[in-house]
Design a protein around this ligand. Structure first.
Ligand SMILES: [Zn+2]
Length: 339
């Protein structure tokens, strides 16, 4: 892998340069988008191409805000390899303040990969990021947080895809390097390259180790959440040998090998009983859904013992939408390095 001139959208960076520009997604039946990107081409030596993607969900601002100091602080003179930053992948969702889905097509950008150049806005954005970013990188981190309605404790997903051990173990090491202690072991993602659905999974299926992180919540970029994202980005760069300095990794990860996303059986109002990081027992009530008049429709119980990773913190609720995610931490976490 060598540091070379790299073009992403209108941003062309030569060795030693930090250049920003846009990936243009043309208008079609629905509006297009201008996706802001920065390419930093290191002058210190050869190295990999790392993609940092923020704003796949537009109402998850902590990673979006975090990429501004990352951009400012990243010195091309000290960098080996190349960093591609996608500052806001889902610009329509950010600008129009939508959660989960884009404003024009009501599709979730993180379910439509690898995208379609003749599809709807979200599908065209996914296609542009697949071809302009994922196809050009060696490693990828897709930076999420709780969406605008979600309270969340920080965690990461290790996508243990099962196609290639090398990719899986390198992805695990990215998770340990990023530095969020709670790591959900996700073995259920699709392997069909034509239906990879998720940003990070699209990279993984193409043989590129990738990571999804969750740090931040409820549409508010707290100083602490922004700092976790900034710290994680630089830790990954040092881990990959792209910047000088110690390679750190989580020594005692809390591996979450069983988890469940609870979804609402009905449309109405959601009253959570729990907060992020709270421990719950199987069968314990985590909240209830009522109709618009206050009549109970359903009590929602935890399906397993575990910790609340995220929980919807505002009342609006639709049938089939997420209410909360519970994860069970593997008991004997220190006994081995998870394989
Ligand atoms: Zn997200």
């Amino acid at each position: 892998m060598t540091t070379r001139d790299l073009q992403v959208g209108t941003a062309i960076a030569r060795r030693g340069e930090k250049i920003s520009g846009f990936i243009e997604v043309d208008d079609a039946a629905d509006p297009g988008a201008r996706i802001p990107v920065t390419v930093v081409a290191g002058a210190a030596g050869d190295g990999p191409v790392l993609a940092l993607v923020a704003g796949t969900h537009g109402s998850e601002p902590s990673p979006i805000v975090a990429l501004q100091p990352v951009r400012a602080e990243l010195d091309p003179g000290a960098l080996s390899g190349t960093v591609i930053m996608v500052h806001v992948a889902n610009v329509p969702s950010f600008v129009h303040r939508t959660i989960y889905r884009g404003p024009w097509d009501q599709k979730n950008l993180n379910r439509v990969y690898p995208g379609d150049p003749t599809g709807t806005t979200s599908e065209r954005i996914a296609y542009a990021i697949t071809t302009e970013v994922i196809d050009r990188c060696d490693y990828l981190v897709d930076l999420h947080s709780g969406d605008g309605n979600e309270a969340l404790r920080p965690y990461a997903y290790w996508n243990k895809l099962g196609i290639d051990d090398r990719v899986d173990l390198a992805a695990r090491d990215l998770a340990l390097a990023f530095g969020l202690e709670h790591i959900v072991v996700d073995t259920g993602r699709p392997r069909d390259p034509r239906a990879t659905q998720f940003t990070s999974n699209t990279a993984e299926v193409r043989g590129k180790p990738a990571l999804t992180t969750e740090a931040g919540a409820v549409g508010v970029p707290t100083e602490e959440a922004v700092a976790l994202n900034v710290r994680g980005a630089f830790r990954v760069m040092r881990h990959l040998g792209m910047l000088p300095g110690p390679r750190e990794r989580i020594e005692h990860a809390k591996w979450i090998n069983a988890s469940e996303v609870l979804t609402s059986p009905a449309t109405g109002l959601w009253y959570p009983d729990v907060v992020p990081d709270q421990t719950v027992r199987a069968g314990e009530r985590v909240g209830r859904v009522t109709d618009y008049f206050g009549q109970a429709i359903a009590d929602i119980a935890a399906p397993l013992d575990g910790v609340v990773l995220y929980v919807v913190a505002s009342p609006a609720m639709s049938a089939g939408e997420p209410l909360a995610m519970i994860g069970r931490i593997e008991a004997d976490v220190d006994a081995h390095v998870y394989k």
